[in-house]
Write a protein that binds this ligand. Structure first.
Ligand code: NDP
Length: 480
């Protein structure tokens, strides 16, 4: 028997087919009221919550993270799904705006309409929470979604779409297409109305170039090199505890995890002692009581090893672990001190359970050093002074700042999330996240003829004279 190869669907066919089906689904979904969509999405989240044990199993198998971490991730995703569902009507309702004196004859309003189909491309490190930041907010804004999970976590992605299907929704508003990066590229080229990309900065640039071919808009949640600052008056136990979690949790594979610590000189020794005590005996492995698991992406261990070796070769000191901590597929905790700011470990994303602690003179120096990174995702500040916390939040060049905690924003649906610089642009979560996946339409309705009619081919000289008078009288006044 000969096989007609032209009848076997290619990856591209599969993606285009999914987008076609999504386009059809989007007509139904986008035509529902916000309240109807809210009901569907709240039902969706309750099925996810009820069946979380099976989702946790899939995430654990695919990523190697402990079940408790997978559960936490699912909980966070459900929080966001709930917030998006409950707030879409309030955030996206049509609202009137003041037309201003010159256009007083117009009624003016702003609408937020669904875009249509959003292509979500996700990473493997938080395969539920991270894409759900785009999926939930896209769907709540009235869009259908085609989701391309990482090739390392395809079953997690399929679980989400299967669960949507299990609601007996009449249309596939959420679909998953699995495969490697080429499938992501097909999705970006398939005529979707927006791409929501979460992943490394290097891949973001490729996806953006693909989107540029068709002027498809994109939101980029890229990598990070987040700093944690320990200022005078900080609660050192809390700072060390959060630093340990931010740096080592999920084996350091957290976009907004802690990779750099800047601690004021006077507190440095005590802080380092407390941090060392907390990370020295962490349980690493696959056992049920492990505190973190294997590196999910096998080749990442080489990045970690190379950064640790470079840091040590350039004068850094290891107070916990060292190159020997890298024992694939695991990496034991590594704490490095006094690492030059231009070393790989301080410049490039590590994405492993290592952290660099450097001393600084004061808060201002800490902020200046934190801001030298090309990334700008998040930062944390531990301080005893509210004013210092506010000053740091003002000056840090990042998208999210946590004061006296790390990752404080993660479960707050109302807070937009995203970065600056190499960490990306655009926002997921919160009202901005809902608007990110909406098309803004401005509408005016002329209520009566303008007393001063300048939009006519037969302008009156008197109208132009009045306009000139108003221009100088209203806008031309000296301000000081
Ligand atoms: P990658 O950049 O390697 O991949 C991200 C996604 O893009 C994957 O689904 C990948 O598919 C896909 N992809 C790869 N090549 C292309 C292409 N040419 N066109 C379209 N899609 C493509 O990131 P990782 O999966 O390794 O995730 C880790 C990174 O994600 C880290 O840098 C981390 O900081 C970042 N991240 C950022 C977050 C944020 O919110 N800012 C949150 C979580 C992670 P495949 O895997 O199949 O190759």
């Amino acid at each position: 028997m000969t096989i007609d190869e032209t009848s076997i669907p290619t990856d591209r066919d599969r993606v285009e087919d999914a987008v076609r089906r999504a386009r059809h689904a989007a007509r139904w979904w986008g035509g529902l009221s916000h309240d109807d969509r809210k009901d569907w999405l709240l039902e969706f989240k309750s099925v996810v919550a009820r069946n979380s044990a099976s989702l946790v199993d899939v995430v654990r198998e695919e990523t190697g993270k402990p079940a408790d971490d997978a559960l936490l991730e699912v909980m966070l995703a459900v929080e966001h799904l709930t917030w998006a569902a409950k707030n879409a009507r309030r955030v996206l309702r049509e609202r009137s705006v003041l037309p201003g004196l010159v256009s007083a004859n117009q009624a003016a309003s702003v609408r937020y309409e669904p875009m249509g189909v959003v292509g979500v491309i996700g990473p493997w490190n938080y395969p539920v929470y991270t894409p759900m930041g785009s999926i939930a907010y896209s769907m709540a804004a009235g869009n259908a979604v085609v989701f391309k999970p990482s090739e390392l976590t395809p079953r997690t992605g399929a679980w989400l779409a299967d669960t949507w299907d299990s609601l007996s929704a009449p249309h596939p508003v959420l679909q998953t297409v699995v495969g490697d990066g080429a499938v992501g590229a097909h999705l970006a080229r398939a005529g979707v109305d927006k791409v929501a990309f979460t992943g490394s900065t290097a891949t973001a640039k490729k996806v953006m170039a693909t989107c540029a071919e068709s002027l498809t808009p994109i939101v980029v949640e890229g990598g990070g090199k987040d700093a944690l600052i320990v200022d005078e008056g900080a609660d050192l136990d809390a700072a060390a505890e959060f630093a340990a979690f931010g740096a080592m949790g999920n084996a350091g594979q957290t976009c907004a995890g802690v990779e750099r610590v800047y601690v004021v000189d006077a507190l440095a020794d005590r802080f380092v002692d407390k941090l060392v005590a907390r990370v020295t005996n962490l349980r690493v492995g696959d056992a049920a009581d492990a505190q973190y698991g294997r590196m999910t992406l096998p080749r990442q261990v080489d990045v970690v090893r190379s950064q640790v070796e470079d840091a040590l070769a350039r004068g850094g000191r290891a107070v916990v672990g060292g190159p020997e901590s890298v024992r694939p597929p695991y990496v034991d905790p590594v704490v490095l001190l006094d690492v030059p700011e231009d070393s790989e470990a301080q410049v490039e994303e590590t994405f492993g359970p290592t952290v660099v602690v450097n001393r600084v003179r004061d808060l201002d120096e800490a902020i200046d050093r934190a801001n030298t990174s090309k990334y700008g995702l998040g930062a944390s500040v531990f301080t005893g002074s509210d004013a210092a916390g506010r000053r740091a939040a003002d000056r840090l060049r990042v998208g999210v700042v946590s004061i006296n905690s790390v990752l404080g924003f993660a479960a707050i649906g109302a807070l937009p999330f995203g970065g600056v610089g190499d960490s990306g642009f655009g926002r997921i979560h919160g009202a901005d996240g809902l608007r990110e996946f909406s098309r803004v339409k401005s509408v005016t309705r002329q209520r009566f003829s303008a007393p001063l009619n300048l939009v006519t081919m037969t302008r009156k000289r008197r109208d132009v004279a009045v306009a000139r008078f108003l221009l100088t009288k209203i806008h031309g006044r000296r301000r000081r």
